[in-house]
Design a protein around this ligand. Structure first.
Ligand SMILES: [Zn+2]
Length: 389
């Protein structure tokens, strides 16, 4: 079902792509709106570094941190890949050529600003090469809806936005998500086992050798994973347990037993476990557990953690017309939990990425999708809404 929906969405995206002109807007001019007061609308300040991992929280954080920038896909209308400069805080499309027509149809004629659903879910960064990797699909002429995906990269650290092609995936392979670790790009895609059951395969693409190898597979197509060194941490939507798969020894162990609606964020040294009533932090070396936050039972949420151990999360409620509402963003850390920012009752926070003092959210306010950056400014939290690129 998920696969069918993805294909359907993709068809819509492909059909909706056109040569729309890009125009650069300074974000300082577009910060009015929402709950922002005049005193909170200020010049963007240089952004300090940080780390996050949102791999198992149900959706990849769409803001990727690189050495000099935060990169994201703006999916409001035509999908555009853009970056926020850490030095200046400005938002710019990932193509700085004023003469470029941003072609979206040629496999050899590529522009990094053009994206779609696949780009969105595969965007990742290698600190080793300083490159940003992403995927785009191409239709095969005369073969119905068949298409193949192509892996590209740009040198994001040097801001050389020339697109380099790396690999063409086999026809029919539709990547669900992609992550970088130690020179390899790990990706999942739906496939069939020998008995015709749908499975989720996890393969790795070796950037140096241009070879793809299968690592493992998951029975549940709704499985999320995080790669850290030799370990693949994964959890699926039907069992909610957290498991670890060793790439070298091929062994699987269950780290946390399943319980409905559990979500995880796995970082180098911690596992954050969120269930319906609390957020627990587990030290992976010692197994020590401590409670970060406790709250009344609530509905499905998003969460992101920073390297400092702060966890940002939402607790939306189900409205009378059946959709999730509630734009409160909470933060817990250092033994306390509090409202960090409130977008109002008619808002729904769809995605959170957090790096140090910078929290990025995708928030629907009165059914309009917005991207915002939240950061502490004195004793207030300032909110900056992004321009449409
Ligand atoms: Zn371009």
């Amino acid at each position: 079902m998920k696969k069918i929906l993805l294909i359907l969405l993709l068809s819509l995206f492909v059909a909706g792509c056109s040569g729309e002109d890009l125009h650069y807007i300074d974000p300082v001019d577009t910060t009015a709106g929402g709950n922002v007061t005049d005193s909170e609308v200020a010049e963007w300040i240089p952004i300090p570094g940080g780390v996050t991992a949102d791999g198992l929280s149900g959706m990849n954080g769409r803001f990727i941190e690189t050495k000099n920038a935060f990169v994201f896909c703006d999916n409001r209308g035509t999908v555009r890949t853009a970056y926020i400069s850490k030095a200046t805080g400005t938002v710019s499309p990932l193509c700085d050529d004023p003469l470029c027509s941003h072609p979206d149809d040629g496999v050899d004629d590529m522009c990094a600003v053009v994206g779609n659903l696949f780009t969105f879910s595969t965007l990742c960064y290698s600190p080793d090469s300083g490159r940003l990797y992403f995927v785009r699909p191409y239709r095969l002429f005369g073969m119905g809806n068949d298409m193949f995906l192509v892996l590209y990269s740009v040198d994001i650290d040097k801001m050389d936005l020339t697109v380099k092609e790396h690999h063409r995936f086999a026809v029919g392979v539709r990547l669900e998500t992609m992550q970088y670790s130690d020179g390899k790009l790990y990706f999942t895609y739906c496939d069939m086992d020998d008995e015709g059951n749908e499975i989720l395969k996890l393969d790795a693409y070796d950037i140096k050798s241009d070879k793809v190898e299968n690592i493992t597979f998951f029975e549940d197509a709704g499985t999320y994973f995080t790669v850290i060194g030799d370990s693949i941490y994964y959890s699926d939507k039907s069992l909610y347990a957290l498991n670890r798969y060793g790439i070298t020894d091929g062994k699987t162990e269950e780290l946390i037993p399943g319980k409905p609606r559990q979500q995880y964020i796995v970082t180098e040294d911690k596992i954050y476990l969120r269930d319906t009533t609390s957020v627990l932090v587990i030290d992976t070396a010692t197994g020590d557990r401590s409670e970060l936050a406790v709250y009344e039972e609530n509905t499905y949420s998003r969460a992101a953690a920073t390297a400092d151990g702060d966890v940002y999360y939402t607790l939306p409620y189900l409205s009378q017309i059946g959709d999730f509402k509630g734009g409160k963003l909470y933060v817990c850390g250092n033994g306390e939990s509090r409202v960090y920012y409130d977008f109002g009752d008619d808002a729904y926070i769809n995605m959170i990425s957090a790096y140090g003092d910078n929290v990025f959210v995708e928030v629907e306010i009165n059914d309009k999708m917005q991207f915002a950056r939240l950061t502490e400014a004195g004793d207030k939290v300032a909110c900056y809404f992004f321009p449409t690129l």
